[in-house]
Write a protein of this length. Structure first.
Length: 336
C-alpha cells in the first residue's frame, strides 16, 4: 500500500490536491495538523467491493447498489445528515473509514461509531483563547454580550486574571446597561467607547491588565457598510477577533456571515447557543471545510457556568453519540 502525504494550508485545499494527485476515488487514511498546516494521508482504492457506498471528494454521496436496511455505510450517511453534516464532510468520513478498514462499511461492526468519531475528531480544529485584547463580532442576537460576560467572569474568577471590559455597542437599546451590569456584578473595570480614539484610550488605560474583552454591536451580515464601520474601530490596533455564529444557523446564512465578517480576519469561531440545536453539523461542517478553528461554545444563559472550551471529541460525540448503533439504523441516504 502506497500512501501519499499531502500538506496544504487548509482542509479544502488538501482535499482538492488529493483529488488532483491521487484521484477522485482516493481513500483518506488519516488527517493531522502540523503547526498551521493540514496534513492528509491518502492512497488509491484497492479492490473496493462494487456494492459499497461511494462518496466523491467533490461532496457527492450516493448509493451505487441496493443494500439492506442494516447497511452500515448508508446508516452512517443518514446519521451524519440528520445532524446537519454536509455531503462533503460525510464523503470525507466515508473515505477515511474505508481507508482504515475497507470491509468495515460492508460487514458492519459495533466499533464503527468509535472509528467515525476518531475521524471526525481529526477533522475538527480547535484552539484555546490566548489574546490579550479580544473582540467578539457577529450577527445580531447571536449572544456576544452574554458570551463576553461568561469569558470575562471565567478569566477573573477561575483563572485569576486581571480583566477589563470595553463595549462599542452603543447602537442597540440598553446594550451598554446590560454589559455594565455584568461588569459591576463581577467588579471589573468597564469603559464605553464611541469612536476609534475612545477604543485606543481604553486599551491604553487597561494596558496593565491580563486581558481586555471588547463587545461590539451586532450587524446584519448584509449591511456591509455598517460592518466596515465596526472594523474601523480597531484600525491599527492589535486585537484578536473571535467570530460568534449560532450553532443552529442554516448553512447559507452561516456562509454569508462568514464572508461578510471575514474583514475582521477572525482567528477562531465561537459557537453560540449550542444547547438550542440538535443539528450542529452545519456549523461544524463549515468550520471543517473552511479550516476554521473553534474556540468554544455557549451552552446556556448562566454566567459563567454555561461555557465550554472547544473539544473536538465532544463535537464528534454530538454528531455520532456513543450509544449509536449504525448497523441497525433504517436505510436512507441523502443525495447531493
Amino acid at each position: 500500500m502506497i500512501l501519499r502525504r499531502i500538506v496544504a494550508r487548509s482542509m479544502s485545499e488538501a482535499l482538492a490536491r488529493v483529488e488532483r494527485e491521487v484521484g477522485r476515488d482516493a481513500l483518506i487514511i488519516d488527517t493531522a495538523r502540523e503547526g498551521e498546516m493540514t496534513v492528509v494521508f491518502a492512497r488509491r482504492p484497492e479492490d473496493v467491493p462494487p456494492s459499497s457506498v461511494a462518496g466523491g471528494i467533490d461532496g457527492s454521496v450516493h448509493r451505487v447498489s441496493k443494500r439492506t436496511a442494516k447497511d452500515p455505510a448508508t446508516a452512517l450517511a443518514t446519521e451524519l445528515g440528520a445532524h446537519g453534516v454536509s455531503d462533503r464532510v460525510t464523503s470525507a468520513v466515508l473515505r477515511a473509514v474505508r481507508g482504515l478498514d475497507e470491509g468495515l462499511l460492508q460487514r458492519g461492526s459495533r466499533s464503527l461509531p468509535a472509528v467515525v468519531r476518531r475521524v471526525l475528531t481529526g477533522l475538527v480544529r480547535t484552539v484555546p483563547i490566548r489574546g490579550k485584547r479580544v473582540a467578539l463580532v457577529g450577527p445580531t442576537g447571536v449572544g456576544k454580550t452574554t458570551t463576553i460576560a461568561k469569558l470575562a467572569a471565567r478569566d477573573s474568577l477561575e483563572h485569576g486574571l486581571s480583566t477589563a471590559i470595553v463595549t462599542t455597542d452603543t447602537y442597540r437599546v440598553a446594550a451598554v446597561e446590560q454589559i455594565r451590569a455584568f461588569a459591576d456584578m463581577m467588579e471589573l473595570p468597564f469603559r464605553v467607547a464611541f469612536t476609534p480614539q475612545d477604543v485606543r484610550r481604553a486599551l491604553d488605560d487597561f494596558s496593565d491588565h491580563d486581558r481586555v474583552w471588547i463587545d461590539t454591536s451586532g450587524r446584519n451580515p448584509r449591511d456591509e457598510q455598517a460592518i466596515r464601520g465596526i472594523r474601523g474601530l480597531f484600525t491599527g490596533l492589535e486585537v484578536d477577533v473571535l467570530l460568534c455564529l449560532p450553532a443552529a444557523g442554516r448553512r447559507r446564512d452561516l456562509e454569508r456571515a462568514l464572508v461578510t465578517f471575514s474583514t475582521f480576519e477572525p482567528s477562531a469561531l465561537v459557537a453560540c447557543k449550542w444547547d438550542e440545536t440538535d443539528v450542529p453539523g452545519e456549523l461544524l461542517s463549515l468550520a471543517i471545510e473552511r479550516d476554521l478553528a473553534i474556540a468554544g461554545h455557549g451552552t446556556g444563559q448562566r454566567v459563567p457556568e454555561d461555557w465550554e472550551d472547544a473539544d473536538a471529541r465532544t463535537y464528534a460525540r454530538e454528531l455520532v453519540p456513543e450509544d449509536k448503533n449504525l448497523v441497525e439504523l433504517p436505510a436512507k441516504v441523502r443525495h447531493a
